[in-house]
Design a protein around this ligand. Sequence first.
Ligand code: PHE
Length: 336
Amino acid sequence: MIERIQQIQTDIDAYHFDEKHQAENFRLFYLSKKGIITELFEDFKSCSVEEKKSLGSVLNQLKKSAENKYTEQKELEESQKELNQTAEDISLPVYQFAEGSLHPLRIVEDRLLEIFYSLGFDVSEGPEIEDDYHNFGALNFAEDHPARDMQDTFFIAEHVLRTHTSSVQIREMEKGKLPLRLVMPGRVYRNEAVSARSNCFFHQIEGLYIDKGVSFADLKQTLYYFVQQFFGKGTRVRFRSSYFPFTEPSAEMDIWAGLDTEENRRLTKGTGWLEVLGCGMVHPNVLKSCNIDPEEYSGFAFGMGIDRITMLKYGITDIRDFFINDIRMFKQFAGV
Ligand code: PHE
């Protein structure tokens, strides 16, 4: 009997499954009621006690290995069946779908963040509904500053819709962790008549860098780098002195657009220079209102309109086009 068992074991080890020899055939042949192994167990019953001792474990071993081989194959066949049911028919024609695009303002915001990330800036955001203190007071606006007037600002009870992202500067400096190197994008609101050139809401990105020994040269170099990356290598820039209550000195930065086309002449009012952003060294009063010692720390800030530079970059002439959701406009940005 032992030889038979060994022979069957060899057969089982060599058993090859294929289309004709599937798990079920194997089971019928070896393990079913009329299967070879079941038969062996029948024979085993009539063996002598001596024989039983030596054959028992070999026989059990045989049954086990047949069962293992069977379940393994059975599982394989089932998972293949499942796969066949769910597998896609690759011969079917594909659905036609229109390629979507990011909104042009998002495309530009992403690009701006990428440029400033590469300079080690992190990103932060603040609330659009602000209090007077964060939007004006802490930024060194005088009590009677015209921006606080109903003409320019939307008021909601005791609050304002922030008129610029500079409020986020204050929120970040208040946290008391220095140095700070941040860009802060977001939506801002102004109570202005809507036209091709101005909207009652638009988007800004604010920059802030506070550390020991930050100078105006750092500001210029950072913004110069940004312009080269965003508007292209060789773009000329100029800084004009300006005024903001929260920076001293303050400047506006222009890029050279040239006088070539009539369109540009209109954009640049005949100067060839395009205004891109406002900037300056953070005013000592602003640092003080955030508990930062202006003797120890200094910093620069800048703020630019994302809508504005998107219009410049892509030659969009009406700011309202960003918000009327005309698919024909957005389609042009697919893949940009
Ligand atoms: N907050 C200013 C504006 O809205 C821009 C600005 C930001 C200027 C930071 C200087 C420094 O016009």
